[in-house]
Ligand binder design. Structure first.
Ligand code: ACO
Length: 330
């Protein structure tokens, strides 16, 4: 199928920024506290280390640092932004939203700011949501942030989950720009979001404000998640190819959610994506949930891999289940 060819507003990336808390915990250090080993974690997940938020650091402080870095990169200030979306499942408080805390931290008094929760798919959902706002003409510049402190939701006695996650935040600044309506435009070319609540219990917390009055801790049926992950993410990537007429060969970079190296490699292989085009940071960051894709993007931007004009596919799958993809020409 070829996409519609009419002039339209595209959400074009203007800047990117990231913040990782300075405390790094290696697998070996973790193995001193939990019954696990560097070998087991590397073999099953590809993870070697993770950053963990320290005292005084919260999701909003991480998010604000990432937002400031992205605005600096874009050469903009908070006053230039009229939409802030923070994808997170680990807000500082049940309310207010992290997004309004970031808005205050940036000294923004206008526009609108809100959080979006789709767990590990949160960043893809937030990009798709911001794109709808910008493409409609209702807003002009969006700050889209993925920020998490999953370490605060972990049961540090449960070796099946605590070794998998890390903390961090990263952000993109998007600006509405008129495009030709073709796949050669810069900006978000298409996005595809899905969810299926039948899988709610496979990856969840065992608490929450309304159910228990606590935040709860992460509980996961790892094998079930693994079993569904590859099929779900490859479906939404295929949807993006079908609607644009592009193929795996057209991609410059594939930047998947960084949960597990085996899921990433199996997805890329199923889609026929050259392994050299796959950006992998799970080894350094572990799974930072909604922050993982923008963190991976920021690494690939900083080392010069992703350049203006490149075609970049992002995709994720997470609790709910939720899953989605977005195809962006940088
Ligand atoms: N260290 C050492 N041994 C462990 C650990 C650990 N950290 N965790 C589990 N084991 C043991 C288990 O107890 C089990 O032992 P047993 O055979 O004596 O019973 C053995 O290792 C195998 O356990 P499995 O759960 O079958 O291991 P598996 O190969 O499935 O790997 C993993 C587990 C890594 C969680 C895998 O299922 C997975 O990657 N699932 C995907 C889930 C995921 O990535 N979730 C992240 C969040 S979701 C998302 O972002 C999409």
């Amino acid at each position: 199928m070829t996409p519609p060819q009419r002039r339209c507003l595209r959400s074009v990336v203007r800047g990117a920024g990231a913040y990782l808390p300075p405390t790094v915990v290696t697998n070996r250090e973790l193995a001193e506290r939990v019954d696990t080993s560097d070998d087991w974690i590397v073999q099953r997940t590809g993870i070697t280390r993770r950053h963990l938020a320290g005292e005084g650091e919260t999701t909003s402080t991480l998010a604000l640092a990432a937002a400031e870095a992205a605005l600096r990169d874009a050469g903009l200030s908070g006053a230039d932004i009229d939409l802030v979306i923070v994808a997170t499942s680990t807000p500082d408080y049940t309310f207010p939203s992290v997004a309004t805390q970031v808005q205050a931290g940036l000294g923004m008094h206008g526009g609108v700011a809100f959080d979006l929760q789709a767990v590990c798919s949160g960043f893809v959902f937030a990009v798709a949501t911001a794109d709808k706002f910008l493409a409609s003409g209702s807003h002009r510049r969006a700050l889209v942030i993925g920020a998490e402190t999953f370490s605060r939701l972990l049961d540090w006695e449960d070796r099946t989950t605590c070794v998998l996650f890390g903390d961090g935040a990263a952000a993109l600044v998007f600006e509405a720009e008129e495009g030709e309506g073709t796949v050669h435009d810069r900006g978000v070319l298409t996005s595809h979001l899905r969810s299926d609540g039948r899988h709610c219990d496979k990856l969840r917390t065992d608490g929450g404000p309304s159910a228990t009055g606590t935040v709860g801790q992460v509980r996961m049926n790892g094998r079930d998640v693994f079993r569904h992950a590859v099929g779900m993410v490859t479906d939404v990537v295929t949807d993006a190819f079908a609607i644009t007429g592009l193929t795996a060969r057209d991609l410059d970079w594939f930047v998947p959610h960084q949960a597990n190296r085996r899921i990433i490699e199996a997805s890329a292989e199923k889609l026929g994506i050259d392994p050299a085009k796959v950006v992998v940071t799970v080894d350094q960051h572990a799974n930072t949930s909604a922050a993982s894709i923008p963190l991976a993007l920021s690494v690939a931007l900083a080392d010069g891999r992703i350049r203006r004009g490149d075609l970049v596919m992002i995709e994720a799958m997470g609790g709910g289940f939720t899953w989605g993809s977005a195809l962006i020409r940088w």
